[in-house]
Design a protein around this ligand. Structure first.
Ligand code: ADP
Length: 254
């Protein structure tokens, strides 16, 4: 209103400038939209054949018991790289969907204590780490999308395990502060230098490329965590000290 009134009385140069800016902004947003669509289409097109390749590799690995050790290892590497790339593509798809507002959440009520327990049992199956839970004596009820909260917590557990030495503890702490449920994932790992802490939630951002490279991620995990948690009405933050460990805190409305 006020801006329009100002523009109506503005000299023609200002009007022209305003028009140019509006046009530029609309072009920018169009090209962002195109980029998102491109990422989403490419991810989708790559994921399908890769899933098929992965399936064949798995079936050869399962059925052939006369493979040489070298062949066996080559196929296992191929399968695990395919799997990693499929996950990366799924992450890119999720982010592109979130950007264009097409990421949908099926929000239902759950008892957080049971949910975390269930997910921890799941995570322990494919990591050799003991994960403990410091729960509350009372049930905390939250409204979340089951598969999305699972994705979030598995991502955080995955990181806690990846960025710490074998045998160190991973601890979940649950709490409720007024209307907010608080989930903390704590590790006694390598920690994150202060100057990097604000940036680790950015896409493709990794603190120590050389060490991170060995762990086979690509820097999308935490940006997915942030997108999903915020999509469910919550927030995520980090506290960490180099050489001492990290605490990732998720707050969700109860
Ligand atoms: P990725 O693990 O694939 O590199 P993430 O987005 O999950 O990507 O994490 C981004 C970066 O943040 C990691 O590369 C790592 O440097 C750092 N990081 C994440 N979680 C932890 C943790 N629990 N302890 C130490 N560093 C971490």
């Amino acid at each position: 209103g006020k801006a329009q009134l100002y523009l109506d009385n503005a000299p023609s140069e200002v009007k022209e400038l305003a028009q140019t800016l509006t046009m530029l902004l609309s072009r920018l947003s169009q090209s962002w939209e195109q980029e998102r669509e491109f990422v989403s289409n490419v991810s989708h097109e790559l994921r399908t054949p890769l899933t098929i390749v992965h399936g064949y590799l798995q079936s050869v690995l399962r059925r052939q018991n006369n493979l040489t050790q070298t062949q066996q290892e080559a196929l296992e590497t191929a399968a695990s790289e395919a799997e990693r790339t499929i996950r990366l593509l799924q992450d890119l798809l999720d982010l592109a969907r979130a950007d264009s507002g097409y990421l949908h959440f099926q929000m239902k009520s759950y008892v957080l204590n049971d949910l975390v327990e269930e997910i921890v049992v799941m995570a322990e199956k494919y990591s050799d780490r003991v994960i403990t839970i410091e729960s509350t004596s009372y049930p905390i009820e939250v409204k979340v999308d089951y598969s999305r909260i699972k994705q979030v917590l598995l991502n955080l557990i995955d990181n806690a395990v990846k960025y710490s030495e074998a045998g160190t503890p991973v601890i979940f702490k649950l709490n409720q502060l007024k209307e907010t449920a608080i989930i903390q994932v704590c590790d006694k790992g390598y920690g994150i230098p202060l100057q990097h802490q604000a940036r680790i939630f950015e896409r493709f951002y990794r603190v120590d490329e050389s060490r991170s490279h060995m762990t086979g991620g690509c820097g999308l995990g935490l940006s997915i965590v942030k997108t999903l948690v915020e999509g469910m009405g919550g927030s995520v933050s980090v506290q960490s000290k180099l050489g001492e460990g990290s605490i990732f805190t998720i707050s969700l409305p109860v």
